[in-house]
Design a protein. Structure first.
Length: 210
């Protein structure tokens, strides 16, 4: 297999890994629960928490977080051992896993919003950037109470942090940050609509004014 074919195979494998939806996998193990038909209809940790409870949600987050980490850490490592791993490959695999989570081939291309997968990928790509992103997320959710708003703002802060801190490799991580921010903004468009309408639920246990 040529080097270019290895790189394509790694990115495709990252997409397929990302397509394993934690919410739908755990739902099947719980007797066929499909949380896309419940609550907000999102196959992610927040909707899992609101509709199925904390243990269900924890399992969902672990799976979605884990696949992001595996895509950004394991697959580029395999490619490196096979003789092909350019600096941009980890970021490309991370983005592919996020795309797989949002549009999973195994689940009719109806998935989640990508936040947990992004966090897992960032742990592998740039742990310091992950700390900054989580800090922004906590501040936003404490001040405003909206998980979706916190996720969008925190992800938008990622490329800014990469640029200001010159996180290495800067160019691939900056491109990943911009693409991830755009993807998370797109997947939260329904949250934006509900916030504008005043119908978006708040995380009252975390909201400072709740």
């Amino acid at each position: 297999m040529t080097a270019n074919a290895l790189l394509v195979a790694a990115v495709v494998a990252a997409y397929l890994l990302g397509s394993v939806s934690g919410a739908l996998l755990v739902g099947r193990l719980r007797g066929g629960v499909d949380i896309r038909t419940l609550g907000s209809g999102n196959a992610g940790g927040t909707n899992a928490l609101r509709t199925q409870g904390p243990w269900f949600a924890l399992a969902v987050v672990i799976i979605d977080f884990g696949k992001g980490w595996l895509a950004a850490a394991l697959l580029p490592g395999v490619a490196l051992r096979l003789g092909a791993s350019p600096p941009w490959l980890p970021a490309a695999c991370a983005l592919a896993a996020m795309v797989g989570h949002v549009w999973p081939v195994w689940h009719g291309f109806r998935g989640g919003k990508g936040a947990a997968t992004l966090v897992g990928a960032l742990l592998a790509l740039a742990p310091a950037a992950l700390v900054a992103v989580l800090a922004v997320w906590f501040v936003m959710v404490i001040v405003f109470g909206y998980v979706g708003l916190a996720s969008m703002t925190a992800t938008a802060a990622l490329p800014l942090y990469v640029w200001l801190a010159r996180v290495d490799p800067t160019a691939p991580l900056l491109a990943f940050g911009i693409a991830a921010a755009a993807l998370v903004l797109f997947t939260h468009r329904a949250n934006i609509t509900r916030m504008r309408a005043g119908t978006e639920p708040r995380a009252r246990r975390l909201w400072l004014f709740g």
